[in-house]
Design a protein around this ligand. Sequence first.
Ligand code: EPU
Length: 440
Amino acid sequence: MSNVQFLIKGLAGSRTLKGVIPVGGAKNAALKALVSSLLFRDEIILNNVPDIEDIKRIIDLLKEIGVRVKKNTKDNYSLFCESTIKSNIPEEISKKIRSSIVVTGPLLARVGKVSFPHPGGCIIGARPINFFLEGFEKMGAKVQITEDKYIIKAPQGRLVGASLFLPNASVTATETFMMTAVLARGKTVIKNAALEPEVERLANFLNQCGARISGAGTPTITIIGSNGKLLSAKKIQYTTIADRIEAGSFLILAALAAEDVTITKCNPKHMDAVIEALKSAGVDMEIGKKSIRVRASSSSNKTSIHGVNIKTHEYPGFPTDLQAPMAVFLTQAKGESLVFETIFEGRLAYTEALNSMGANITPMDPHRILIKGVTPLRGKELESPDLRAGLAFIVAAVIATGDSVVHNAYNIDRGYEHIEKRLQKIGVDIMRINTKRDYD
Ligand code: EPU
């Protein structure tokens, strides 16, 4: 747990937020673009990289194994993978960030071997890595599991193309295999691939630099491997797409508390599920090409919003990463709403804290909750359990009556850049306490 907290003075249900809030680059796109440096023989340059803790952790990891990383400006980085790159991923860093699993494939493809610890410390956990291990084996690798790590080797140092079916449309498994297959020998087909826009963005960048990937953004992705020939970025630069989860989080906050808030630098085309859910709950929005405006004066926003059922789903369905903020929204909606979390287990535990603030949320089973509204919320001391629930607690604290403290700001800093400064600009009374972060 970090020593940093946020102190928030609630608006007691009034709609006073006003102004413009720009969206940053997508965490889950930039993380993979940084890792893609392992596929290149020259330097890559990345733009619009968010200044968040998860990005710092993956950069620490890449530096540790031998990637030269230079921060040129606040959001612009150059990366160059040394030929002396190491194949063992150190335990200390990899345990801090789950997406370190994405590094394993490109490293295996480039060096012919990789060893890494059990992510999160145990092999069979809520976030397993079986898809990765099975896929590497299908590509010809030998997987050895010791007490404390996985050791994976490609015979003669080269992986071979394979037909891979993902039992779930896993985002990181899709991205990992796509990158791994770029350097393999022969053709790889990924079936039931993830459709997330971040996957497509990565494929487009790699293709511009010499990869042969087709079908990204559809359930079947085909990669023709280069048999070890590294990619070259030349003068092509990567620009991170807008973070659709951050945009959705701001939109939910605006739907609850905006007098007049415009979310800019976003891509509403990537946000259909959340926009449609809010619309059917009665929220009126003005959708532009790269912006969304919410005004209290819009006719339907004057009357109260009503409950809707939400079922999380792989893209383009309702994102699991917006499930917790949406649940906060639904505590303020008239009637009953059923929220069905289909992607992850244990992603509903935060609801207990919302109930302690005055919400009426009943767990139905490990994947479903029933929310009854409208329930005014009271300020509270809260412990941010993970990134997305942490943000949901900030939203709850903003609309509540009284003061709230959200502990463990690290979890929020993992994925939202300087959240307090950006929310202050639209009128949220939020302060960071103990600005000397113990994780700097
Ligand atoms: N799964 C397996 N075996 C595996 C891999 C995944 O059973 O080897 C299962 C998972 O347990 C889960 C399902 O497949 O039930 C889908 O999970 P997925 O693999 O898609 O999740 P992920 O790739 O680990 C990414 C994002 C998450 C986001 C999910 C779903 C990154 C770094 N992370 O995770 O983002 O929730 O996709 O969209 O891209 C976040 O940003 O807060 C976050 C958790």
